[in-house]
Each structure stands twice: as C-alpha cells, then as structure tokens.
Design a binder for this molecule. Sequence first.
Ligand code: HEM
Length: 476
Amino acid sequence: LWKNLKPSRWNLPPGPRKLPIIGNLHQRRELNPRNRRYLSEMYGPVVHLRFGFVPTVVVSSKEAAEEVLKTHDLECCSRPEKLGFKMLSYNYKDMGFTRYGVESREMRKLSVVELFSPKKLQFFKYIREEENDLLVKKLSESASRLSPVNLKRTLYTLVGSIVCRTGLGTNLHECEFVDEDSVVDLVKKSELLTASIFADLFPVRAGELMDWISGQKKRLESAFSELDTFFQNILDSHLKHESTKIESFDLIDVMVDMMRKQDKDGGSFKLTTDHLKGMISDIFLGGVSTSASTMVWAITELIRSPKVMKKVQDEIRTTLGDKKERVTEEDLKQLHYFKLMVKEVLRLHPPAPLLLPRETMSDIKIQGYDVPAKTQILINAYAIARDPKHWKNPDEFNPDRFVDSSIDYKGLNFELLPFGSGRRICPGMAMGIAIVELGLLNLLYFFDWGLPEKEKADQAITGNEVAPDLVQVLHH
Ligand code: HEM
C-alpha cells in the first residue's frame, strides 16, 4: 500500500492500473501477445505491468526492441527466476533458463563448439536426411491408403528424432525408455513448466501455499518427474556407453569426458551431472517444438493460400525435376522463393511469441522511460512482426514481401525476431533452419496437401490462429 501511495522516483512506462497485491494479474488473458492492440494501442510500445510482485515491461515496437537487445543487451540479458525454470534447468545449471554469468557463458561456449558449429551442422546432415527418408516412407503409406495424417504428431516425431540423434546421441526408433510417438506429449509437459505459477509471483511462502491449494504444484511436479525420467535415461546411456546411444561422439559425451577429467585436474568451472541434465533439457526443449511448430504452420498457411502453395511447389519441382527418389540438403541451395516462404512463416508464427523472458541487471532507460534493475522484460516478437508501421498488410501470408527486401531473421533486423537477438540469441538457429527447410522440402516435393472435410469446417470456425489437427496427404 505504502509503495502504491508514495510518489515514485521513477519515470516508469505507462500501463493499465494495478490492483493492490495482484497488480495486473487479472488481465493476463488480455495481455496475450497475440492481442497486440490492447497493449500498444492503449499505452504505446513500452508498457509497464505488475504480475503479482513481479514488475514487467512489455516491448512491442522495433525501436524499443533494438534498445533492449542491442543498446542495452548486456544489462538485459539475464533471465528471471521461476520455479519451472529452476526445475527444467536443474537448479540453474543449464544455459537457457539461467541468469547471465560465468556458468551460462561456459555452457553456451561448449554447445556452440560441440553442437551448433557449421562443421558439426554439416557432419550431422546425414541424420537429417535419413530421418526425412523415413518420414517420406511413412507418409507415402498414408497417401496410398488415403488416410488423413496428424501433422503435429508426425512432425514432432520427425524433429524429436533428429534433435535426439544429433544433440543427444539417442536414437528414438531403437530406444527402450521412450516411445518415439510420445515426443509431442513430453513437449506438452514441458510447456506446463514454463508458465508462471503463484510461487513465481508472490513472496515465496504465500505463493507456495496458493500453488498447493490450487493443485498447481502437484501438476508441475508430476510433469517434471516424467521429463526427468527421460533426461536421466539419456544421461545414463551416455555414462554407460550403451549401444542404442552411440551415434557418434556427441556434446553430452564431451561433457561426460570433461566431468571425469576435471576430477583430476581441478579448475574454476566444475561440471556436475546437473549441468549435463540441464544441457539435455535445453537441447530437447529448445529444439523440438520450435522447429516442429514452424513446419506445422508452414503447411497450414500453404493449404490456406493455394496460390502460394502452387508457386512454391512449381519452383521446387521445376528446379529439381520430377524424377528424384530422394531430396538432399544440396537441393535447397537452388531454391529462393521457398526460403522466402519459410521466412514469412517465421514472421507470422514465431514459435516463441514473447521470446524467453529477460531480466534487467541494472537500471536502464527504454524510449526515455526508466526501467529499474530486476524488471522482467518481455519482447513481443509476434506484435513487432505484424506492426503495420513496418509491414504492409501485416496479417497476410505473402512471401513476396521479401523478394526485394534485405530483412532477415538473424537478429540484425529488429522488426523480425523469431530467434531473438544479442547475447541470448538462439544458438540453434542454423540447426533449426536446416531441420525446417529439409523437412518442408520433402513434404512439398513428394506430396500434395489439403484439408479433410471435417477439418475444413473446423478451420472455418476457429479462424486463423489454430493449426488443423488432421491434414490430407496425397502422392504428387
Ligand atoms: C525454428 C527453430 C527455432 C526457433 C524459432 C527458436 C527460437 C528461440 C528463441 C526466440 C530463443 C530466445 C532468444 C532470446 O532470449 O532472445 C531461443 C533460445 C534458445 N534456443 Fe532456440 N529456436 C529454434 C531452434 C532451436 C534448436 C534446434 C535448438 C537446439 C537444438 C535451440 C536451442 C535454444 C537454446 C538452448 C536457447 C537458449 C539460449 C540462451 O538463453 O542462451 N533452438 N530460441
């Protein structure tokens, strides 16, 4: 009460009125990133909110995002603490959910050298191609039977298999501890853990009590327990060097090796099994749903825009010819319009619409407003990529908008930020793009796509923000 009554020494950004204690918690639904009008049209591109006790600034313009991610990158590159993040990161021993510091930097360096470097990306090309061949075989059977396909499940399985083989040395097709088709369910469990719960928003004991009463804590623990069993099994197979695991010497092997050697050498940064599980968790959670949902949205948008579908497929089929039995990553080099289509999908459907939350490490100014240290910052990449100030007919799916444009998604153009930017930019960008492009190339070269009758009716009701459950696949 005292805080609310005394005049603030800060020139905070504008925002909706805050109720005592809960702040703007009652307005969370209206603050959905997709509801961009509510925030930026009412209060401008930098909005101040308070969720419970957590001060938050939501940024939804290109200019303000550039200030956060470029001018103040160092001051804004930490992450807020949340119970779900703590669990998924094994007590902040990973790189993605952890506060910015020596450990997060060391973990990131390791992953960039051992997994995400151009050399490793090239080396793992055969895995992406083999997994796509399997997918084409599976889809051919569905096409022959004329049976609809659950696109989401199919593509989560494809991406899960690629990410687990390349990043975690685990072949899901031969795995005893997980069924390859349950990848989508595991990812859903992880989504529960990334949402805020009362304990994140209110002083710990009060928050914990509310989570206990609402059953939220139990749900979180049960979701985490399933994920933890999966991650532990992956770790165990590395520690035991099981034959289902050995694909090649992967990032987790390198870390196991380092952990064993450091017992003898000593050194300042000590790797523990929590660091290893934190890394496994980052790769699985960061890699699977992002790339898979991009592919689901690509097929959805193409089905909705038959003209664009035709233009993309014409380019692919004329460039590659009609008689290929197998497509490879070399084939991608000649395709231009296809790549613009992928860029347009990432503009309209960024898999992380608010990126990952950041936290200021010191007081800064954004667009002239004060943003004190320890404020949570949410970058509304979804709203920015549909801002009519920078995009003509922003809600329209139109890859042609990029034909004469140098705007790219690599973190240098702040009107298009599907991978973020700055120190915390997605380290898996090249890998994600490689997975998405080769996957889509296979889907569009070998097959034609449409909606089954029932899904057509459902889509008419649900509108543009929901991808269909089932799609019809036909042989080209
Ligand atoms: C289409 C594919 C992908 C998209 C759109 C995407 C998007 C993002 C975004 C928006 C962030 C947060 C950046 C920020 O805070 O500024 C992020 C971080 C991250 N991504 Fe990705 N990602 C993709 C693929 C991948 C893949 C394939 C992997 C790993 C296999 C991965 C691993 C990570 C990790 C570990 C982080 C945390 C980095 C840090 O905090 O230092 N991502 N990603």
